[in-house]
Design a protein around this ligand. Structure first.
Ligand code: EPU
Length: 407
């Protein structure tokens, strides 16, 4: 029986760190995951002039007062997706942002038209040229209604950041409801912002003049929790995951139960145990509280050895099936029809050299490697380090035979 504790949430951390720029005093963030995306954001904050005291795995204190910069070159911004939050945070801080295009995983076209539309609704002038977004306003941003054409996590967060210190009230309609939206709202409110309705379709932000310092701990990582649950199911292990929020996991828990995996929830822990043969199930990715796209790939890997044929439909990011070619090399059987993968469960996967194409594909290949007979060599693991804190150490604690080797 294995026990493990999840780290702080990546997608919360990467929103909360830029949000510290809005503060008029130092603030301290706890429970940050020790991952590459966090390290890059710290470098960016420092290059803007903020003072950052970072103790990995413990806390980070940011004093944004000396930060006078508003320019983030493409060489920095392209190192992660969440650099787009600097648009909202810098606009809110100094009414000016010059930030290169975001990078991140290649999992689809990932437009950001809704972010820019939101900033313009608040009165910002936007120029999008040469791989840079230039945003500015001569006066303070002014609160306004923002209607999103699609549910966007990044867009919702960016407008929340820009609106926190705008004049008047901003109302976001068709807002994303993911746990990290609520967490960011809680962080902003801990600094004195007035954000209401986070976690529903409509978020109201009444702008304030100043934000004060605070100490805030980010929520546990929903996707790491899910990945560990899937890894436990994959190895037919008896695993208890501590420090998580079981209500964030309902969509995955329901599917694992449907497959025949035993999942028991406590206040802040989840126990996963094998119960019977694992059956095929059908999955369709959706916005929260639906099945998260970020768990689609690890779940698809698990389904490769479930009894029967599963269908997995990806509705958010069109290129999140690229990794299936790697799984094919391990013996997976599937057919892709538009945005649906038909996965025909096989009795056994076999180890093979495979290459990671994006963060969650990396997690999926690890899951497949845990199930496979023989040795699986996983290349391009830096993708995994963007979002998982020392994944191999955590899995080793659970009894997995996994190690990192220099190439
Ligand atoms: N979209 C638009 N226009 C926009 C913004 C989004 O058309 O202006 C579309 C996208 O193309 C996509 C859908 O809306 O089809 C949802 O995109 P969203 O904006 O919600 O995604 P994101 O902000 O780019 C964040 C996470 C992703 C996670 C998605 C969905 C961060 C840094 N990234 O991305 O995380 O998959 O929300 O939950 O928070 C990951 O952790 O591996 C990851 C990719």
């Amino acid at each position: 029986m294995g026990e493990i504790t999840v780290s702080g949430g990546k997608n919360t951390a990467v929103a909360v760190i830029p949000a510290t720029l809005l503060c008029d005093e130092p603030c301290t963030i706890e429970n940050l995951p020790d991952i590459d995306d966090v390290h890059v954001l710290i470098q960016i904050l420092r290059s803007l002039g903020a003072l950052v005291d970072y103790v990995p795995g413990h806390h980070m204190t940011v004093d944004p007062r000396p930060a006078t910069g508003f320019h983030v070159p493409y060489a920095q911004s392209s190192r992660l997706r969440a650099s787009y939050y600097l648009w909202g945070a810098l606009l809110g801080r100094c009414a000016r942002a010059e930030v290169g295009y975001p990078g991140g995983c290649t999992i689809g076209s990932r437009p950001f038209d809704q972010h820019l539309k939101g900033f313009m609704a608040l009165g910002a002038q936007i120029e999008d040229r040469g791989g840079m977004v230039y945003a500015r306003t001569d006066e303070r941003l002014v609160g306004s209604d923002v209607f999103f054409d699609c549910v966007t996590v990044g867009g919702t967060i960016n407008v929340m950041l820009a609106a926190a210190k705008a004049e008047g009230t901003t109302v976001i309609y068709n807002a994303a409801k993911e746990p990290h939206i609520v967490d960011l709202a809680n962080f902003l409110n801990s600094m004195g912002a007035r954000v209401r309705g986070a976690g529903t379709d409509v978020i109201r932000i009444r702008g304030v003049q100043r934000l004060h310092g605070c100490t805030y701990a980010v929520i546990p990582d929903q996707i790491e929790t899910g990945t560990l649950m899937i890894a436990a199911a994959a190895t037919r292990g008896d695993v208890t995951i501590h420090g998580c929020i079981p209500t964030h996991m309902e969509a995955l828990t329901a599917k694992l139960l449907e497959m025949g995996v035993s999942v028991t929830e406590n206040d802040d822990s989840i126990r996963v145990r094998p119960r019977s043969d694992q059956r095929a199930v059908n999955i369709k990715t959706q916005v929260y509280p639906g099945f998260p796209t970020d768990l689609q790939q690890p779940m698809t890997a698990l389904l490769c050895m479930a009894k029967g044929t599963s269908t997995v439909t990806e509705t958010i990011f069109e290129q999140r099936f690229k990794f299936l070619d790697e799984l094919r090399r391990m013996g997976a059987r599937f057919k892709l029809v538009d945005n649906t993968a038909l996965i025909e469960g096989v009795p056994q996967l076999y180890g093979a050299p495979v290459t990671v194409t994006d963060l969650r594909a990396g997690a999926a290949l690890v899951v497949a490697g845990l199930m496979a007979k023989g040795v699986t060599e996983i290349y391009e693991t830096s993708y995994i380090d963007r979002g998982y804190e020392r994944i191999e150490e955590k899995l080793r604690l659970l009894g997995a035979d996994i190690r990192r080797e220099p190439v």
